[in-house]
Design a protein. Sequence first.
Length: 613
Amino acid sequence: MKTKNIIFYLIGLLAFCSCEDMFEPAEENRRQLEDLTEESKYAHGLLMYGYDRLPYMTRISDAACWTDVATDDAVTNLTSNNYLNMATGAWAADNNPMSQWDNCRDGIQYINLFLTIVDNVKWAPSAVSKQQMFVDRLKGEAYGLRALFYYYLLMAHGGYADDGVLYGVPLLTSPEDGSSDFNQPRATFAACVQQCFDDCDNAMALLPIDYVNIDDANMVPQKYLDLGAQLSGYNSVFGSLSNGLMSGRIAEAVKAQVALLAASPAFREQSGVTSAEAAKLCANVLKRIGGMEGFDPTGNTWYKNKTKLEPSASEMPEILWREQRRNETALEDVLYPPTLYGSGRINPSQNLVDAFPMRSGLPITDPTSGYDPQNPYANRDPRLADNILYNGTVFKKGKPAIITGTYPNENNETDDNLNTKDKSTRTGYYLKKQLRDDVSPSTSGSTLAQYHVYPRIRYTELFLAYAEAANDAWGPKSDPTGVGFTAYDVIKAIRERAGLGTNEIGQPLPEGDAYLEECAADQAKMTELIRNERRIELCFENKRFWDMRRWLLPLNEPITGMQIDRDEETGVLTYKLIDVENRVYDNSYQCYGPIPKSEVLKFSNLKQNKGWR
């Protein structure tokens, strides 16, 4: 474990801060942890270290998109990729690219250190009200972050041990130091979930729902008015300058995410959380935006609304929490096809392509759907063209179509003469989602960066979470809590937004979305539909791997692609399904990730999840 290293690192860092002479620092300039109460900027650094450890960003440089290449949604053409190696048989307790053990445990240590001093730090010593406001906000942020770290740890490392108990991770709510007993057992999964809930509740009690400036002193909470708070002071602590930090709304959403995980098939037996409880917690978040009234009609293509991506733009109604906007070419450098000067590293699978229904809403497997295997992209769900580059796609204005077939073409992505051998697609597809068509990658010779937005939590994710939990608890069309919408209502809105239930020119079909109505009459069918909608809507947002495991779906489905040939005399294209990559997972135990082997070897009280050695 790295906790000791963190402690020594912090003390060493503090010792060097503000030293006039690095080689012979004055004794009084050596800062220890107890000195942080006198210097707020250094104390605040502990909390910022916590933010810095947040995993699972959707930026390509943070590797979040890459996790999909370990699922049935994609492969990569990068042979050295850790997720490729994992998916093809190298996943082990001592070789786990999905591990969050060190990162999140580090984050928890920083947060716990911060919580021990936050009440005593001189944030605003000359103003009693402002001092208390800072303490409340910063403490609330810390609680929310700690809940988030435990959530990620539960996803990555929660599981059943050989004794039949569902475990989480060791629960630490106070900082460790050199005298601590590091040989701590894993708490039960249920205990960890309860800790997440408690931390989220504490965060919500201390934080505003959102960081917004108020213009009426009567809106300042009474407890701060009693301490002499002024409107300007309140806004300086809880106003818009704090946007992007953990807020009450974000903590509420984290609690809902934890509940959905706990109520999932892989964990529900011993988690202490029911689907009904998860549905209610998701509904709490959604009621704040008016339920279905707050459903963003363009939320599934937030990354295509270029005016909203600019720094001067207002917040997107689809995004609950995001990273700061970034002006860069990182995604395009890695994901553009090689003829657009990218490396084409993520190749969506035929498995995923087949999950997109026809525009009518019918699955392509339905014999009445009209699906033509020799014209496979005609009349399909419009989200297919939004998310995936397939053969014949024109992506950049003024540029030729992307050709992924094997037939000769001057813009053929597989032509070795274009020096694309190690960049061309393995499946017949490239990724389009989140890419901007007005970026010139850094390898193009005329780099042009553009702003990107990387969501942490989208409202569509929470609508889908509600639909999943509500359907599990009460069925497709039941609303026993009176929240005002059902699982059916959510899925109907998502499919209508996508353009399903229409003909090839977008006009509503007389029968509407008949497949949705069919599923709404059968809870099991509705479960499958909700899961498929989640797969489509959240593809390449680091959800699929965790969803497959919490649903106990088989991980070893072989990955297929599409080979496209052309008859040189007639010009007719032919489409052939091809095998691309076998997945080597053991479904008997790998739905639960391992505890790092090095930790189990060091600490006898740490029980490994069943099957991992």
